[in-house]
Design a binder for this molecule. Structure first.
Ligand SMILES: [Zn+2]
Length: 768
């Protein structure tokens, strides 16, 4: 029998209220034990051995809170409601994964009331708790001032991660100011010898960086912070913004690990820090620049960004193959997925830039129909001016509803680009004019007298201000209805982060430290209030889209934001697809897809295909297919294609709709190559177990001495055989064993550089 750990801790058995403090040492002892059951037996042992203390121990046992278990098929959490603080005690995952949290929750220690700091004393209110198998809420209250804190965990699907948030309601009848409250603070007990790794991916913001997908070694002393915001700036030399999620595993056991992410588009951060036997991670709003403070009105509340926490099996792609379906099931709009045409194929006018007009639109709609495309998107250039979102009468004398009617007549859907929080200089009725005193008070910064907008960029209004929000909500609704939209694309620096106004709901600025940067038409504020500004503005943005979705079921929202600058899990819950980069050549499209597809459903990931040199038809297909692994948007003048290119595109689009789209929607996705570099080969595999079908997208870069490449596949059954069909006929159709495809690999031969192939796989025993 093991040595009694309680005895070694040196306090009496009935000192077990100190269990929390002693937990760390117990955990260290526990590592030498084989099972949790054994630990529970030992934990009870002192009571059995103590004789005279037995009764007291029984009383303790009756009073001790029983941990609540919240579980999905992928992860199980043990949650404890202490008298003053709750705790996430441990999580269990597949393959024996067990993580013990060394830290109880940190509830806010004080608030600010009438300029004075008031310490808070939190007490558990068990009568207000909710504890079901899928939903656990522990409620704590402070009496003076009267605040109610809900510490909430929820499993919204049978599988995948669970979600967590903290909300604080102000019942005091007076305005209070709250300091930073993190969404989740973890301090896993970890073996100092474990070789940990952290995988995270960058936003494709503007242009994908050379790295994009990061796999850090988490050694002792590692300290990483990844940030995300409503508009990712590519600051010189600074770290890029991330799609806010982290995936951590032991390199010696790379198949199992844990992951967490943030479901909010405001300024957020994830940090990960390793020191000795401690692995700390904090998720939530970004405290920098600080100090953060946020106002809670009487009767109002503050809610931390929701986070998700899960455990995985099957390596990083295993994590993605759990997270992506979970995003679809829990965060995405169910109506969108009911549409079998999702993800749609689109023809977008930006290939002609701002030079759009009615005749171009009608010509593009006609050619879209001929090519089999399903939506015509009218990009920037259709409006009278920035902030003046009415059709330019010289370009569109019959208005936009006439264009929508034409698209609908041809069986296409219709959408437009708009940057609906931008104000500029137009003075016509309906225009958002920066000199209008009402509008001036909505702008995030004062503008110089000689300020001018860019062609399609103006100054951002802060929709966190209720009057600005109401205006924007009304304006967006008007456009959707008047222009008969099936899709609304929002762009640019739409949602504020940082604002100089002191009469908005967010914290006032510190004008002695606030910095205003001029960036391509817009003034952007960096201040201690930036995170609070983004908190309010993002909630307003979500509210506007939630309302629009209610009023217009089936309306699609594209999140563009200058190509992938607002890609996060909060946006995924309020929009339908993301422009993942603003650089549209084949390599950039594949790089952005490679990165982003680690964490978000492939159907949501839009690649714009722009004009690119295609001397051979193989180059043309390579260009198209580089944008066909997720949502395809063609962004060039298709009427200038040669007849051969037209035929190739028509076939490629038909094949996409017939064969690729069902896989993009439903199949598992595997990154079966290194990240694309444009030189070597790269590829993506889809495998749909339910249909017993899959496909490998194979791309050859400029490498001259490697006409063939072997892709080592994943997710197949080693015992089964698979039929291989080479779409372009670069090899004869054949059959191969699953175990060979997953060990030696699938060989693809392509004689030309910048060419591609689609290799379809079908289980040999499954039909035809
Ligand atoms: Zn503001």
């Amino acid at each position: 029998m093991p040595i009694n750990p309680i005895k070694s801790l040196g306090f009496s058995p009935c000192g077990m209220f100190f269990w929390g403090k002693a937990r760390t040492r117990l955990h260290n002892w526990k590592k030498s034990q084989k099972t949790m059951i054994e630990l529970k037996r030992i934990r009870r042992a002192p009571c059995l051995a103590a004789g005279p203390l037995l009764i007291a121990c029984v009383v303790w046992a009756a009073q001790a809170p029983t941990p609540k278990i919240l579980a999905t098929s992928s992860v199980s959490l043990e949650l404890n409601a202490g008298k003053q603080v709750p705790a996430l005690v441990r999580i269990k995952g597949p393959a024996g994964l067990l993580l013990v949290n060394r830290q109880e929750e940190t509830l806010p220690a004080a608030i600010e009331l009438d300029g004075a700091t008031v310490p808070l004393a939190w007490q558990h209110r068990p009568a207000l708790d909710i504890t079901t198998a899928r939903h656990v809420v522990f409620v704590y209250e402070s009496d003076n001032p009267h605040l109610r804190l809900r510490w909430e965990w929820e499993a919204r699907a049978e599988f995948g991660p669970v979600e967590h948030r903290i909300s604080i309601e102000n019942l005091s009848g007076r305005e209070v100011w709250l300091p930073m409250v993190d969404s989740l603070r973890l301090d896993w007990s970890t073996d100092a010898n474990n070789s940990l790794r952290n995988l995270y991916v960058e936003k494709g913001a503007g242009s994908p960086s050379p790295q994009g997908t990061h796999l850090d070694t988490v050694s002792d002393g590692y300290h990483w912070t990844g940030v995300s915001s409503t508009y990712a700036f590519s600051e010189n030399g600074g770290p890029r913004e991330i799609i806010p999620a982290e995936f951590i595993f032991d390199a010696a056991r790379p198949q199992a690990g844990w992951y967490a992410g943030v479901e909010f588009s405001g300024r957020t951060r994830i940090s990960l820090e390793r020191s000795g036997q401690s692995l700390k991670s904090i998720l939530g709003l970004n405290p920098d620049p600080g100090p953060f403070r946020t106002r809670i009105e009487p009767g109002g509340s503050f809610e931390t960004p929701t986070i998700f926490l899960g455990a995985f099996l099957g390596g990083v792609d295993g994590a993605g193959n759990q997270l992506r379906p979970w995003v679809r099931a829990v965060l995405n709009n169910p109506l969108t997925w009911k549409d079998p045409h999702y993800p749609l194929t689109v023809n977008n006018s930006w290939g002609s830039g701002m030079r759009v007009d009615e005749s171009l639109a009608r010509r593009m709609i006609g050619d879209s129909k001929e090519l089999g495309l399903e939506l015509f998107g009218l990009d920037a250039g259709w409006f009278r001016g920035v902030g003046d979102w009415y059709p330019n009468p010289k370009k569109f004398p019959h208005g936009l509803a006439a264009i929508a009617d034409e698209a609908h007549r041809q069986g296409l859907r219709f959408g437009i680009w708009v940057d609906w929080t931008q104000a500029a200089l137009d003075t016509e009725p309906g225009a958002l004019n920066v000199r209008d005193p009402k509008v001036k008070d909505w702008l995030v910064a004062d503008l110089k007298p000689d300020w001018k907008p860019e062609d399609f960029k103006g100054q951002t209004i802060d929709i966190g201000a209720p009057a600005a929000r109401d205006y924007a909500a009304h304006e967006v609704k008007r456009m959707v209805e008047d222009y008969k939209l099936d899709m609304l694309e929002h762009d640019g620096y739409l949602v504020a982060q940082g604002c100089v106004r002191d009469d908005h709901p967010h914290a006032p600025p510190n004008m002695s430290t606030a910095q205003v940067h001029h960036n391509w038409g817009a003034d952007i504020v960096h201040d201690a209030n930036s995170t609070d500004v983004s908190y309010h503005a993002v909630r307003a943005y979500y509210g506007i889209y939630e309302q629009l979705r209610k009023e217009h079921p089936g309306l699609l929202f594209e999140i563009c934001n200058d190509g992938g600058r607002m890609v996060d899990f909060g946006s995924a819950a309020h929009g339908d697809y993301f422009s993942i980069t603003d650089t549209y050549d084949p390599l950039s499209n594949r790089r952005a897809f490679y990165d982003t597809s680690h964490v978000l459903p492939a159907a949501m990931l839009e690649s714009y295909v722009e004009k690119w040199a295609t001397p051979h038809i193989e180059n043309f297909r390579y260009m198209l297919r580089s944008g066909m692994m997720g949502w395809l948007t063609v962004m060039l003048d298709t009427t200038q294609w040669t007849p051969e290119q037209h035929d190739a595109a028509r076939s490629a689009i038909a094949l996409y709709k017939q064969e690729l789209r069902p896989l993009i929607r439903d199949a598992r996705l595997y990154h079966v190559s290194e990240r694309p570099d444009g030189v070597h080969w790269d590829g993506i595999e889809y495998w749909d177990q339910a249909r017993a079908k899959g496909v490998v997208f194979a791309f050859r870069g400029t490498v001259v001495d490697q006409p063939e490449h072997r892709f080592v596949l994943a997710g197949l059954d080693p015992e089964k055989r698979y039929r291989l069909h080479f779409q372009d006929g670069t090899a004869l159709d054949s059959e191969a064993a699953g175990k060979d495809l997953m060990a030696q690999g699938l060989t693809v031969r392509l004689p030309q550089t910048y060419s591609s192939e689609l290799v379809f796989l079908t289980e040999a025993t499954a039909g035809k």
